[in-house]
Design a protein around this ligand. Sequence first.
Ligand code: WT7
Length: 647
Amino acid sequence: MTAPDDLLVKAPAAAIARTHCTASQYDALYQQSIDAPDAFWADQATRIDWITPPTKISNWSYDPVDIKWYEDGLLNICHNAVDRHVAAGKGESTALIFEPDSPDGEVRSLSYAELLTEVIRMAGTLKKMGVTKGDRVTIYMPMIIEGAVAMLACARIGAIHSVIFGGFSPDAIAGRIEDCSSDFVICADGGLRGGKHIPLKANVDAALNKTPVRSVLVIRHSGADVTMTDGRDHWYHEVSQDVVSECPCEPMNAEDPLFILYTSGSTGKPKGVLHTTGGYAVWTAATFHYAFDYREGEIFWCTADIGWVTGHSYVIYGPLQNGASVLMFEGVPNYPGHDRFWQVVDKHKVNIFYTAPTAIRALMREGDDYVTRHDLSSLRLLGSVGEPINPEAWRWYHDTVGKGALPIIDTWWQTETGGVMITTLPGAHDMKPGSAGRPFFGIQPQLVDNDGAVLTGATSGNLCITHSWPGQARTLYGDHDRFVQTYFATYKGKYFTGDGCRRDEDGYYWITGRVDDVINVSGHRMGTAEVESALVLHDKVAEAAVVGFPHDIKGQGIYCYVTLNAGIEPSEALEAELRAQVRREIGPIATPDHIHFAPALPKTRSGKIMRRILRKIAENDFGSLGDTSTLADPSLVDGLIEGRKAR
Ligand code: WT7
């Protein structure tokens, strides 16, 4: 089979010359990681400092599901991300650089020694507020240095952070606070994105009307007017005044929880994915080292927000554990102009740039001039994450941004995997535009058909992972059954990713997208069930079915079929109300692209909505609707097609 993919892009000579890991080293290390995983991961664990080094390396089972790594080890990940670099004489080197939303705003830069001081101040403040080991602390912040400091401060004292993306609504915040019974919130007064003010504190206030907490720590950033509730809300710059200048790192067992991060699933409310300390620390340290081939002194920029797992693993824990200099950017790719990313790369002489295909597509559309007017010669490596990158966008990234000379890593992974699982390694592997590449050390992908039969060789199927890895999520907070059901029940004894995938003759993996009712909108995971729940909350809505459809920029857009209660007529006003309803329930990132009012939804005779058909219609693919004879009312389909064509 010759696929279009087999247009190999050779690893650039410069990447080969400098890599930490050559092709033959990858082969040997990968083999070791499969043949003797415990020896391999014992070795990788020495990347970080342990208070008590582990003697037990892995202890896991997928049936029943019980996952432990380094279970008798003690460590603190904040020590590994901050203190130890200072102790090793690297206190003066740059840890974080903050680039604000507006190019005229003030850049802030923190050395590792300064970061340590800040983290101690925040950790001491949290302790003073009564936060203790194991408490859940909700963080709702813009992309500012204090966001990083808040996460590290929690880790330092053994509190479990739950970061919520600043684009989520008060209702979404309330749901997440309630789910993990979090008593503490850290937020900023407001954030700035593309010149627009995000009312973070006001959103928290609205959430807390539904679900009260003990204390809120407020960081002054945007200068917005906010309401402070006596006894509950504290300005950080005030309460941190008299905290002691010492706050030792809490010794954590490797399996003590580090953080909860909510993500969407195919059913029900968002799931609180739980990561623990030791395995996640080793996984993020090792994947960062190899995938980004990081060298001392380089400036690393991952454009993801700390509200997503990419921000956790590759803005904070991976790079900082490696002593890297990390750029944090508060803004957006196209403000004040379409060259903002490239202007920032030039301004800070960024060496490694990691972003999402949706941003690449949006910028590509604006033309090359925005890129070429800036000096991007500092760039050494480009990365992509979040969704499949279409070969056209890959080419543009490679040719125009990378001037045809830089390696691109297309990193496939998930909130649940903690860090990169499939990628080419720069300098070790040739690239294929659109393919993530090869499994990282210790990762054993397996493709299975819908009945669970294992498929071998070059083939397509459902992507499973057969063996645990240190960075794997351990459970869903407070709901281990749901964890088992979601990931380990479809194909018993395997971790099921929810993704479809093709493997080619060279053993390269090509992710084809979700095979469940999850859609990927601008690299963000969205449960169609969540959007449906938000729609049916409206008293005029009888029923809703939400599917994804191909979208030029977002990858997938949100297409909503809505049936109204008897006697209610569709109108533009109602459409606007429904859009607002979804934004209120979930947040602006879930805003529907299309609301298609339909008299009824196609169902089987047993009453099951035929989503396959709705998906095809939304995709404008009317030729291959498949068998519609099992529908209770096959004639409905023509009406739906007419409705789609009219849009
Ligand atoms: C889903 C996970 C990984 C952090 C960001 C998203 C899709 C992610 C790729 C990629 C193709 C990708 C998958 C996955 N995905 N990276 N390089 N190529 N698809 O994390 O929100 O947990 O979403 O994103 O469908 O299952 P997430």
